[in-house]
Design a protein around this ligand. Structure first.
Ligand SMILES: Nc1ncnc2c1ncn2[C@@H]1O[C@H](COP(=O)(O)OP(=O)(O)OP(=O)(O)O)[C@@H](O)[C@H]1O
Ligand SMILES: Cc1ncc(CO)c(N)n1
Length: 279
C-alpha cells in the first residue's frame, strides 16, 4: 500500500522551503504527500516579503479532511506562525495519538524574518512539544526554547536534555548553525536514554535555503514507511547531505537544496555520515 504523510506548514513561494520542500521530499522518498497550509509567505532566495496566516478554522478543516479520509502514517509540522494556529493544530492532532508526529519548531527564516510570533513560543512548548514523537530544533530555536546559549557539544547535550523534559519522546538538535566547526553535527537523544551524534563534513555553499524543512520532511517520510525513528533520522541525514552537496544555483540569495540528489545518487548510504555513539 502507498504510504501517506501529512505536512502542516507554510507556503514558500520560492519553492525551496516550507510545504513545497516537504512535498518534494515526500515524493522523492516514495511517499504520497498531503498538506494543511498554515500561512502564505511571499518569499524568494533573498528573504520573506510578506506573511499572511491562514484562518485557524481553515487550518483545522484541512487537517480533518486529510486525516478523516487518507491513511496517514506520519505527520510533520513546520511554520505555524501564531498561538491560535498552534492551539488548533494540537487540538486536532490529539485525536490521532498513534500517528508519529515530527515537530520542526520553525521560528526565523534565513534572512531573519519571523515565522513564529513571540507570544506563540509558550503554546508551542505547552501544546505541541509534549505530544511530539520527535522535535528538530536548530541551535537558535533550541536557545529560545530553553533560554540557554549553545556554543559547544556539551551545551548541545544540556539543551537536548532540557528539551526532553518538556515532553517529546525524542529530540534531534541540528548543528548546522555552528559555523565554527568543520562538520555539520546533529545530536539525537531519546527520553529512554538512547543517544548518538550524526556528523558529516560541512559543505561550503550559500545554497542552504530549506535545509531544516527538507531534513524533517525526510524523517517524516521514512517514519510514514514504517521505519524506526533511529533509521529515519540516519536516512534523512544522508538525504539532506546529498541535497546540500548538489544544491541548485537559483536566485540571488540562498539557493535551494536539490531534493532529487539522494535518489539520483542511488540512495546510497555512503561514508559521508559518521555515527558517533554516546552513553
Ligand atoms: N553547510 C552545511 N553542510 C552540510 N550539512 C549542513 C550544512 N548546513 C546545515 N547542514 C545540515 O542540514 C540539516 C539542517 O540543519 P540546519 O541547522 O541548517 O537547519 P535549519 O537551520 O532548521 O534550516 P532552515 O534554514 O531551513 O531553517 C542538519 O543535518 C545540518 O547538520
Ligand atoms: C514557509 C517557510 N517555512 C519554513 C522556513 C524555514 O526554512 C521558511 N523559510 N519558509
Amino acid at each position: 500500500m502507498t504510504s501517506v504523510a501529512l505536512t502542516i506548514a507554510g507556503s514558500d513561494s520560492g519553492g525551496g522551503a516550507g510545504i513545497q520542500a516537504d512535498l518534494k521530499t515526500f515524493q522523492e522518498l516514495g511517499v504520497f504527500g498531503t498538506s494543511a497550509l498554515t500561512a502564505i509567505t511571499a518569499q524568494n532566495t533573498l528573504g520573506v516579503h510578506a506573511v499572511q496566516p491562514v484562518d485557524p478554522k481553515t487550518v483545522a478543516a484541512q487537517i480533518r479532511a486529510v486525516l478523516d479520509d487518507l491513511p496517514v502514517t506520519a505527520i510533520k509540522t513546520g511554520m505555524l506562525f501564531s498561538d491560535e494556529i498552534i492551539r488548533i493544530v494540537a487540538e486536532e492532532l490529539k485525536s490521532f495519538p498513534s500517528i508519529p508526529l515530527v515537530i520542526d519548531p520553525v521560528m526565523i527564516a534565513k534572512g531573519g524574518a519571523s515565522l513564529l510570533q513571540n507570544e506563540a513560543v509558550l503554546a508551542l512548548c505547552k501544546q505541541l512539544l509534549p505530544i511530539a514523537t520527535l522535535i528538530t530544533p536548530n541551535i537558535p530555536e533550541a536557545e529560545v526554547l530553553t533560554g540557554q546559549s549553545i556554543h559547544s557539544e556539551e551545551d548541545m547535550e544540556v539543551a537536548a536534555k532540557a528539551l526532553l523534559s518538556m515532553g517529546p519522546s525524542a529530540i534531534l538538535l541540528k548543528g548546522g548553525h555552528r559555523e565554527d566547526v568543520p562538520f555539520a553535527e546533529d545530536l539525537f537523544m531519546t527520553a529512554d536514554g538512547e543517544h548518538f551524534l550524526m556528523r558529516s563534513k560541512r559543505i561550503a555553499t550559500p545554497n542552504t535555503h530549506g535545509t531544516g524543512c527538507t531534513f524533517a520532511a525526510a524523517i517524516t517520510a521514512e517514519l510514514a514507511k514504517g521505519h524506526s525513528l533511529e533509521d529515519a533520522v540516519v536516512t534523512a541525514k544522508h538525504f539532506i547531505h546529498a541535497a546540500i552537496e548538489d544544491g541548485i544555483e537559483l536566485g540571488n540569495g540562498h539557493g535551494p537544496t536539490n531534493h532529487a540528489a539522494y535518489r539520483k545518487s542511488g540512495q546510497l548510504k555512503t561514508k559521508e555520515v559518521e555515527l558517533i555513539e554516546r552513553n
